[in-house]
Design a protein around this ligand. Structure first.
Ligand SMILES: C[S@@+](CC[C@H](N)C(=O)[O-])C[C@H]1O[C@@H](n2cnc3c(N)ncnc32)[C@H](O)[C@@H]1O
Length: 262
């Protein structure tokens, strides 16, 4: 057997440590990141109703009941994938099969695929709940929604964009570096709110000059899910960083800078 044959045929740490595996893992990490990037760009167009072929308010006609069931199932699938795969018990289990270096990339890939499925299969519910006719106010709302997306994007860079989306891990692995342990950070906006990324999503989803029933369903369910996600994430953060995170939670608001309770 040649050296490459050995590398391809053996399973386990020898494979994950081999140069060819490291390179494949790196390419996989880049591919997963690109899928994520296209998905998040599509998400902006989908929610804001601009520049994409199918938005939150377009798609095939269906009854209200069918639309409600399908949309709720799609959001539940995303929420389950996102929350279950992020838990440390799940990570401990599935890194027996998925190499640690690509664990985050695989999580990001699955999250992106479940979102793309949602965009594709989403059923519109076109009844108008509110429609802002004042052009200045309408423009303000569109700008606010866009600002929400900017807040999401910039906050990922404050906390570590490339680690959050798996690229850091595959790059370190390629360079033969040990993965650094997670570090507690409170840069810039994290000094004012504990969850600027989630705050950005909430602003982006609710600031709409025309709010249809479908859009409202999406905004309400995702906001509810964000609160569940925060509770789960903060449990993990307390486990991970202990007293440091507990004190941070007492000192800094969850989402609204001037309100301690939220
Ligand atoms: C999608 S990010 C959301 C971060 C934060 N909840 C927000 O809305 O800006 C989730 C990841 O960020 C990590 N995280 C959240 N707050 C953190 C902090 N202050 N320092 C380091 N990591 C953090 C969590 O452990 C999790 O892996």
């Amino acid at each position: 057997m040649t050296q490459i044959d050995q590398q391809v045929h053996s399973i386990g740490p020898e494979v994950t440590g081999s140069r060819i595996f490291k390179f494949i893992a790196f390419l996989y990490g880049i591919a997963a990141y690109l899928v994520f990037f296209v998905t998040i760009l599509y998400a902006i167009g989908f929610v804001m109703g601009v520049m994409v072929p199918k938005t939150i308010d377009t798609g095939s006609d269906s009854s209200t009941v069918e639309a409600l069931i399908v949309n709720l199932l799609l959001m539940t699938l995303f929420a389950l994938q996102h929350s279950v795969m992020a838990r440390k018990q799940f990570k401990a289990w599935w890194t027996q099969f998925v190499p640690k270096a690509v664990e985050r990339s695989t999580y990001v890939l699955f999250a992106s695929l479940s979102l793309l499925l949602l965009f594709w299969q989403w059923r519109p519910l076109p009844s108008v709940i509110w429609n802002v006719e004042n052009p200045d106010l309408a423009v303000t709302l569109v700008t606010l929604s866009f600002a929400g997306w900017v807040l999401v994007f910039t906050s990922t860079f404050m906390i570590n964009h490339f680690e959050l989306f798996g690229l850091h891990q595959v790059t370190d692995h390629l360079a033969g570096k040990e993965a650094a342990p997670p570090r507690f950070k409170t840069p810039l906006l994290y000094k004012f709110v504990r969850h600027p990324i989630y705050l950005g999503f909430i602003i982006a989803f609710w600031a709409a000059p025309t709010m249809t029933a479908g859009h409202l369903l999406f905004a309400a369910v995702t906001t509810l899910y964000i609160f569940v996600g925060i509770a789960l994430e903060e449990n993990d953060l307390v486990d991970l960083f202990g007293e440091e995170y507990r004190q941070y939670r007492q000192r800094v608001s969850m989402l609204i800078p001037w309100r301690r309770s939220v």
